[in-house]
Each structure stands twice: as C-alpha cells, then as structure tokens.
Design a protein around this ligand. Structure first.
Ligand SMILES: Cc1cc2nc3c(=O)[nH]c(=O)nc-3n(C[C@H](O)[C@H](O)[C@H](O)COP(=O)(O)OP(=O)(O)OC[C@H]3O[C@@H](n4cnc5c(N)ncnc54)[C@H](O)[C@@H]3O)c2cc1C
Length: 336
C-alpha cells in the first residue's frame, strides 16, 4: 500500500491518519508531542490540572499500526519529509502543522495554545489577582470568563468596536454582557501598540499587570517549508481538492489557505477530505471537492453557552454544557 507521511497530529492530521490507517495505508505521523491535545479546551486545565488528561490522546493509542516519529519536520526534499537528520520517504504527504500565535516582540506575555504552556502560567496566577487579555476573539473571551470565574480581576482589550467581530453583531453584544456580568472590564477600540515592563500600552491607556495574555492572530506554521517550493508569498495555498502545487502533497487545517475560518472543525473536515482524496488518487478515481461552508461556533463563557451559526445566535445558561458535549463527542471519535 502507498505510504503517507502526516506532518502534525492535530485535528486535521489525526482525522486523516485514522481514516487512511483503516483503509490499510502505511501511515507515519511526525509531531514533536507524544499526544493529541484538544486545543479548544486547553484553558480549562489552568485551574484544573487533571483536565489535561481528559483532553489528550496518546498518538500510539489513537493510531495503532502507524509509525510515530517524535520530532519537528524541518523540510521537504523530493519525496521525503526531513526530520533532523532523517529522511522519511512518502508516496503522499499531508502538511498540517497548524498555526502559532506570534507575539510581536513583546516579552513576558502568555500565549494559550498547548498544555505545555499552562504550568508556568499556573505558577504566575497563584501569585497574582489581576490579568490583562489582549484580544477579544473566541480565545480571549473564553479565557477571560474562566479567569473571572476563578476570582481574577480581568480586563480585555480589543481593537474592534465589538467582541468576536467576525460573528454577527448580536453575538458580540451578548458576549460583552456576559463578561461584564462576570466582572470583566471590557475595553473596545483599544488597539495594543506595545507591551513593556509589565505595562500594556494602547492608543488611549496604559495598564500594569503581572499576567498579560496575547490572544491575537494565528500565523500558519510554514517556516519549515521555506525551501520546499510549495509556498507563494510565504503562504501554503491549496486547490479545491486540498492539494498544494504538488498533486501528491496535501495540506489542511490552520497551515493552509483554504478560504475558510481557521477552526478545529474546519481542520477536521479538511483532514477527512484529504484522506478521501488520497484513497481516490491511489485508485485512479476522480477527486472529491472540498465544500466551503459555514460551521457552527460553540462558545463557553463560564456557565453561559453561546451557539452561532451564520446569522443565528443564541446564548443561554441552558447551553452551558454544549461545548462539553462537543468535546466529549470529538474526543470519543478521535480515540476510537
Ligand atoms: C486556546 C484556543 C482555543 C480554541 N478554541 C476553538 C474552538 O472553541 N473551536 C474551534 O473550532 N477552534 C478553536 N481553536 C482553533 C483550533 O484549535 C485550531 O483551528 C485547530 O487546532 C487547527 O487544527 P490543525 O490540525 O490545523 O492544527 P493543530 O491542532 O494546531 O495541530 C498542529 C500539530 O502540528 C504539530 N507541529 C507543529 N509544527 C510541526 C512540525 N514542524 N513538524 C511536525 N509537527 C508539527 C503540533 O505539535 C500539533 O500537534 C482554538 C485555538 C486555541 C489556541
């Protein structure tokens, strides 16, 4: 059977790898971590360390029979993925190394992404009562709610005139009302221009804090592809079948320019389409088009759930368990 090398065991990579393994492909996963982490719930492990176990799956358990290479891919040369001094040959490759949240030159700022980020943060939070969150997108508002629920004095600074501004206006208003109810100070039209010596500087104010979070922007992890000849303007573009400029090299999730929001749901859907297309390509069958469509957004604001799908927005304490249900369903599917 053809050999598929999957670079990155996040939502896209794990979904694709599982499907291909089931179809009898030889699969090798390259990732510096030993476990999959359910990123959307990582912040819940800040005050509840045991939660970390609930949202991780060892790759060895999730992908029985796959080769697991623990390391960072450093490049692609011909039909091989490079990992340190190793060359791993592939018939097909899937590039899904995700995205990072770059902090533009500011020191001493926390970023919430992986469980490994959490332990240093936990020590800091044990000593301080306040926090400043830069960015009022989904990550920023969920984190604010979680910190406020645990008694911290939280301020959110957001450049736009409403929170989660890519969602309908009502969603932003409801999120703001919920955060204010939790005691969070919400400051809109406050673009952070610099952070120095524990002070966040916006165009209108200066805020001192020993616990500053950066929750702005996602940058695709494409650095390792610089000399692979796959990038255009440093971006990894894909066609309607999620192929890069090489027909045997696919890409999905946060790393790829697929024309949709960079979310876990979209990454998982793309992983499934990529696996399907590798199966079809191997069998000389026509490829399946990736259909771009809006996916629902599920937000948890410490006891109040919000569901956003296109222009439909609903928020209620009754929806609070919704994100937990999504997490349980996805974790079950990825474990089995
Ligand atoms: C705090 C937080 C909360 C979020 N909440 C939500 C939410 O509620 N709903 C939602 O839909 N989305 C949410 N997102 C976004 C979502 O997590 C991402 O869109 C999703 O994880 C992207 O999946 P992916 O497979 O592209 O990459 P990832 O899940 O990021 O996985 C990438 C993998 O690649 C590995 N990797 C990186 N570089 C290399 C390399 N050079 N070689 C090999 N492996 C490498 C990494 O270790 C990682 O395992 C959230 C993100 C964050 C940070």
């Amino acid at each position: 059977m053809p050999k598929v090398v999957v670079v990155g065991g996040g939502f896209c990579g794990l979904v694709a790898a599982k499907r291909l393994l089931r179809k009898g492909f030889e699969v090798v996963l390259v990732d510096p971590k030993a476990d999959f982490e359910f990123t959307p719930s990582v912040y819940k492990a800040i005050f509840n360390p045991a939660y970390g176990r609930k949202i991780t799956i060892p790759y060895s358990g999730a992908l029985p029979g796959a080769g697991i290479v623990k390391g960072l891919a450093t490049g692609i040369a011909g039909s091989s993925v490079l990992v340190a001094s190793r060359k791993i040959h592939f018939d097909f490759a899937i590039l899904c190394a995700g995205g990072s949240t770059p902090v533009p030159g500011f020191k001493g700022v926390f970023v919430i992404k992986r469980l490994a980020d959490i332990s240093r943060l936990r020590e800091r939070l044990a000593k301080v009562d306040d926090a400043v969150i830069c960015g009022g997108g989904q990550v920023g508002i969920e984190l604010s709610a979680e910190l406020a629920r645990h008694g911290k004095n939280v301020t959110v600074l957001h450049a736009a005139d409403r929170l989660i501004e890519r969602s309908p206006e009502r969603a932003g208003r409801l999120a703001e009302a919920r955060l204010r109810k939790l005691g969070v100070e919400v400051c809109l039209k406050e673009k952070v221009v610099k952070i120095e010596n524990g002070t966040v500087v916006t165009e209108h104010r200066r805020l001192r804090s020993s616990c500053i979070f950066w929750c702005i922007g996602v940058k695709p992890v494409t650095g390792f592809l610089k000399s692979a000849g796959l990038l255009q303007d440093s971006r990894l573009h894909v066609n309607d079948f999620l192929q890069t400029s090489r027909s045997t090299v696919f890409a999905g999730g946060d790393i790829a320019e697929a024309g949709v929001e960079k979310t876990a749901q979209n990454a998982a859907i793309q992983g499934s389409v990529i696996a399907e297309n590798i199966i079809r390509l191997s069998g000389n069958l026509p490829l399946k088009k990736y259909r771009r469509r809006p996916t629902p957004l599920v937000i948890d604001l410490a006891g109040c759930g919000m569901f956003v799908w296109g222009s439909f927005v609903v928020a209620s304490p009754l929806l609070s368990p919704l994100k937990l249900l999504v997490e349980a369903k996805e974790m079950f599917a990825l474990r089995h």
